[in-house]
Design a protein around this ligand. Structure first.
Ligand SMILES: Cc1ncc(COP(=O)(O)O)c(C=O)c1O
Length: 405
């Protein structure tokens, strides 16, 4: 039974989640293995878990926690977690190394460096995944080619190249078509496609990418010090990050699983629309959707994680750009002594949504919010498009350009 809500800021489907049995792979044990690899990287540092205490008390909920991924690996986004772990697993397989007995430091060996420098990785990205691949390729001493959809701002393309070893190009196609191009480009050159979404016949590498994201969930659960979230709001483009973190949360907080909200950009809300179609299948959104949430502007759900999202989430939310802007401003201009957080378009949408819900009694009911609610959010990116960020939040010296919605 699904219930649909349509509002000015967002649309929402609510359902009774069912238990999905295929999610054991995103276990705590797996997350610990992945974290062990990330900890071996030279720039590894746990990102902060921030508590918005004043905001929580103002809105009458127990806690609002924000896992702030804007500081991850100096890349301003969480995505490097997936690219680096997947590259590690691919290289281990190619060079006959046991991933359980190796880590990044193994790759400092001269003989391995000589092999790595001949290997090229290829991917398509709307920004953050490409930065992660570029950065990881440099770490491992490999080459990388990155393709970006039409409409990508030049700052994002440059950021991909500046992050590491990649040559980055903007294509004339939308995201899905750019992914297809990257796949054929890799095949023609005998390079390795390292894509953060799965489709029939291309499943193992995206699986490793999703496992890479578990580090942020494992860190966050540890930082919450035994408090279990009642609500987790997760941004979704193709749904890889959301699905991996969702599955981890359902395993980790098995006794009392949190309600999961999948949050998308409305013009590209392929998961929302797939649920609404009601036939159990993932559906694509055609054309070139336009949204300021570049990281969420993907038209096709990740095939392997789609069943997890479909079956175990409670809410599916399709948000308009105004929700993201509201979140960016609210993070930048916190209540009282709450910390100020730099959050970009795709990072802030969950907070904009939560603020919208907290302000409205009927929405609080729809989302089962009460005094005991412990809300967990992930700020998935900082100001990855600095000009876009300033347009919304304003320049620190000139003051804020827009009032908070
Ligand atoms: C900042 C940010 N948040 C969220 C996402 C969504 O991740 P996924 O595509 O795995 O759903 C992305 C994807 O690129 C992103 O860049």
């Amino acid at each position: 039974m699904i219930k649909e809500y349509k509002g000015k800021a967002f649309d929402c489907i609510k359902q009774e989640p069912v238990r999905y049995t295929g999610i054991r792979v995103f276990s705590r044990e797996k997350a610990r293995d992945v974290l062990r690899f990330h900890q071996s990287l030279p720039v590894y540092k746990k990102t902060s878990l921030l508590s918005l205490e004043q905001t929580a008390s103002m809105y009458g909920v127990r806690s609002i926690f924000v896992k702030d991924e804007s500081g991850r690996f100096g890349l301003k986004a969480f995505k490097g977690l997936g690219g680096s772990y997947c590259m590690y697993r691919i290289l281990c397989r190619k060079l006959s190394l046991d991933p359980a007995k190796s880590d990044y430091r193994t790759f400092l060996r001269e003989d391995l460096r000589e092999k790595c420098c001949k290997i090229e990785f290829v991917t398509a990205t709307d920004g953050n995944h490409g930065k992660g691949v570029s950065w990881a390729a440099k770490l491992f001493g490999c080459k990388a080619r990155v393709f970006m959809p039409a409409g990508t701002v030049e700052a994002r393309r440059r950021a991909v190249e500046d992050a590491g070893a990649a040559i980055a190009e903007i294509t004339e196609w939308n995201y899905d078509r750019t992914v297809q191009y990257a796949a054929s480009f890799a095949e023609e050159r005998g390079s390795i496609l390292i894509q953060d979404t799965a489709w029939d016949g291309y499943e193992q590498y995206p699986q490793w990418i999703m496992e890479g994201y578990l580090t942020l969930a494992e860190e966050a659960a540890g930082q919450m010090g035994g408090i279990a979230p009642t609500h987790v709001f997760l941004q979704a483009g193709v749904g890889s990050m959301a699905g991996a973190v969702e599955a981890y949360c359902l395993n980790r907080f098995n006794d009392s699983p949190p309600g999961i909200a999948i949050v998308e950009a409305e013009p590209a809300a392929c998961i929302y629309r797939s649920v609404l179609a009601g036939d159990g299948k993932a559906h694509s959104i055609e054309g070139s959707p336009s949204t300021i949430m570049a990281g969420l502007n993907c038209g096709t759900p990740c095939s392997t994680i789609w069943p997890v999202l479909r079956d175990t989430s409670t809410w599916f939310c399709a948000c308009r750009d105004s929700v993201s802007e509201k979140g960016m401003l609210a993070y930048a201009r916190p209540e009282g002594s709450d910390p100020s957080i730099v959050s970009g378009e795709s990072g802030a949408v969950t907070y904009g949504l939560v603020r919208t819900i907290l302000e409205d009694e009927s929405l609080r009911d729809l989302f089962h919010i009460n005094r005991d609610s412990v809300i967990l959010l992930i700020n998935t990116e900082g100001d990855t498009d600095p000009e876009g960020y300033l347009r919304v939040v304003g320049h620190p010296e000139k003051g804020h350009l827009f009032p908070i919605h």
